[in-house]
Design a protein around this ligand. Structure first.
Ligand SMILES: Nc1nc2c(ncn2[C@@H]2O[C@H](COP(=O)(O)OP(=O)(O)OP(=O)(O)O)[C@@H](O)[C@H]2O)c(=O)[nH]1
Ligand SMILES: [Mg+2]
Length: 321
């Protein structure tokens, strides 16, 4: 991944930096912040990764995968778009969920454009209505991305898109896309660019994200847990990277603890003879090696921390506060 020279994902105060080489930028250079919002599992992170051509946000088929705001910077000669991927907006059941929803809602007032992503292969649900109500209550520039068009026949897409349009604020542009199959993304970028205000570059052109490698490593471990385990375990998992060291031999040594809430979850995560943890570790290591472009030694441990999702101090320590 590109060099990361700035604040971690958890501190969004990057307005402080403005990288403008006035001589190089055209007079009509456009830029702005695009908050990617929607209910869980509609493809927000998949979409941001697809636009950037790089994986900076983890993805899974389970709802509530993303827990923090993550910025992805898309720079071209004539414009710079700063996408802010957010957790899915839902009815929270614990303090972690409350934090996630706040992370998403907090992205809205600072954004120049709201990119509202929906799953148009399905009819709107209560959480979509929740998102729509927030967007209708303010005067915002909203672009509605009807995602997952590859998953349903045209007649169903037509019916569903009418239902989403009926929920949307009055002045909304909508566009049909498939983030997974790379359909409609050029048209989406054009629509976004038309709505961007004139402005400078906020990030140097080579910078793709504000996240740190340490955070990405923790997220990729969590992604492999999400992808390998079912039911309640994935949501009860947090990953705490305790060591991230580049060794003299060029290897990166990463030690991380995976927290779960119950002994039974620890058993599932370990698997028979530790086989599940081994698999998760091996898959995570391979992907971290690709992202860091270096060999990685990954040392994983599982620890039970009862009710951490409801514990203020633990949430703060894990970056969820
Ligand atoms: N078929 C199809 N699947 C998609 C598309 N976009 C995303 N998905 C899948 O939808 C699932 C959810 O994708 P994510 O990108 O994690 O969704 P999200 O909106 O970021 O979810 P949260 O982080 O939980 O809010 C994954 O299994 C993706 O592969 C698409 O255009 N077509
Ligand atoms: Mg996500």
């Amino acid at each position: 991944m590109s060099k990361q020279t700035q604040e971690p994902a958890l501190n969004p105060e990057f307005e402080a930096w403005v990288f403008t080489d006035e001589e190089e930028l055209p007079a009509d250079h456009r830029s702005g912040f695009i908050a990617v919002v929607g209910r869980p599992n509609v493809g927000k992170s998949t979409l941001m990764n697809a636009i950037l051509g790089q994986k900076i946000a983890i993805v899974s088929s389970r709802p509530q995968t993303t827990r923090n705001r993550i910025s992805g910077v898309f720079t071209q000669e004539t414009m710079q778009m700063v996408f802010v991927d957010t957790p899915g907006i839902h009815q929270p059941k614990h303090k972690l969920g409350e934090f996630m929803v706040e992370e998403a809602l907090d992205s809205i007032p600072d954004a120049d454009i709201i990119l509202w992503v929906v799953d148009v292969a399905k009819m709107p649900r209560a959480d979509d209505e929740r998102v729509a109500a927030v967007l209708r209550s303010q005067d915002l520039a909203v672009v509605l991305a009807m995602n997952k068009i590859d998953l349903a026949p045209a007649a169903a897409l037509l019916k569903h898109s009418e239902a989403y349009r009926a929920l949307a604020p009055a002045a909304v542009s909508d566009i049909a896309i498939s983030a997974l199959k790379d359909l409609g993304l050029e048209a989406l970028l054009e629509t976004l660019q038309q709505q961007l205000p004139l402005g400078p570059r906020y990030f140097p052109p080579e910078q793709v994200t504000d996240i740190q490698e340490r955070f990405l490593a923790a997220e990729l471990i969590r992604e492999k847990v999400l992808q390998n385990l079912r039911q309640e375990v994935p949501h009860a998992v947090a990953v705490d990277v305790q060591a991230f060291e580049e060794r003299a031999n060029g290897k990166v040594y990463i030690a991380a603890r995976i927290f779960v809430e119950r002994d039974s979850q620890k058993g599932i995560l370990l698997g028979k003879g530790g086989s599940m943890l081994k698999r998760i570790g091996s898959e995570a290591r391979k992907e971290i090696e690709v992202e860091l472009d270096a060999p990685v030694y990954l040392d994983l441990h599982v620890k039970v921390k009862p009710r951490w999702r409801r514990d203020d101090a633990e949430l703060r320590r894990l970056g969820y506060a």
